[in-house]
Write a protein that binds this ligand. Structure first.
Ligand code: BV8
Ligand code: ZN
Length: 227
């Protein structure tokens, strides 16, 4: 049971040079969501979708965790077993910062999913060009990320953890995507203390006991130091 559950989004990786989704220079600016983050978009143009994710996989490999990722990893090291990170991000910057309990609700760039045999496997190269599945040999590998309209990963365990935690922090997310955005309501309902650490305020701040605005590399180390 984690006393502290942290939900992170693209904003925590922004200062590592990873583009967010909805900012003016965001990922969606170059692409329509429907074309690159839906099963229909993948079926219609797999080469475009592979290019989109292969480019992001390379960008993440060239990036480094920032002070916000490191502060959360330090908190877990100081309080073993007390911290669970639920991330909407598909990068591995939390893990590379040293966090060990990370739940990727929207999947991971470092994983591939075989549409022929259903296997999920670690994957660190490009998927364009149709490499064969190591398990079944089919040329049917897709990014192991959750697209719109697909079920997110680990939701039951995440709901259980959120319902039992004492602190629920939301860091670097616009709260635009469900079911991730609904977790703060579950936490508040269960009596956890809730906090938002974000560059911009959300439209609805009623569910947050504390709101700390600013860049994550400044606000997260300061916030974590209190626990
Ligand atoms: C599901 C894929 C059901 C991988 C992503 C109407 C029609 C159709 C569907 C829906 C609908 N209404 C609702 C839905 C459901 C839909 C949804 O929520 N749609 C939204 C767009 C309305 N959700 C789904 O489809 C989900 N699945 O519901 O399935 C189901 C159930 C059972 C069985 C079958 C089906 C699936 C959602 C997952 C979609 N996949 N990503 C990838 O490409 O990454 S979502 C995508 O957006 C990313 O994962 C990303 O994490 C996520 C959220 O974005 P953020 O992380 O918040 O990033 P954003 O840019 O938005 O915000 C950044 C924030 O950081 C900003 O607030 C900014 O101020 C802040 N910031 C910036 N810099 C900094 C900073 N903060 C601090 N410091 C900084 N330096
Ligand atoms: Zn296979």
């Amino acid at each position: 049971m984690a006393r502290i559950v942290v939900l992170t989004g693209a904003g925590i990786s922004a200062e590592s040079g990873i583009r967010t989704f909805r900012a003016v220079d965001g990922l969606w600016e170059d692409h329509r969501i429907e074309d690159v983050a839906t099963p229909e978009g993948y079926a219609a143009d797999p080469a475009l979708v592979h290019a989109f994710y292969d480019e992001r996989r390379r960008a993440v490999a060239a990036a480094e965790p920032n002070a916000a990722h490191l502060a959360l990893a330090g908190l877990e090291a100081r309080r073993p077993g007390d911290v669970l990170i639920v991330t909407q991000n598909i990068d591995d910057l939390h893990e590379r910062a040293g966090s060990t309990r990370v739940s990727h609700i929207h999947g991971e760039l470092g994983s591939a999913l075989c549409e022929a045999c259903g296997e999920r496997m670690p994957w660190h190269g490009d998927l364009a060009g149709g490499p064969r599945c190591p398990s079944c040999g089919a040329r049917a590998l897709r990014p192991d990320v959750v697209w719109f309209g697909e079920a997110v990963y680990g939701l039951d365990d995440i709901f259980d953890a959120v319902a039992l935690c004492e602190q629920f922090w939301v860091i670097g997310t616009s709260g635009a995507v469900t079911p991730a955005a609904s977790l703060v309501a579950v936490a508040a309902e269960a009596g956890a203390r809730t906090a938002l650490l974000n560059l911009d305020a959300h439209d609805d701040l009623r569910l947050f006991d504390d709101v700390v605005l600013g860049p994550a590399t400044v606000t997260v180390p300061e916030w974590v130091a209190r626990f």
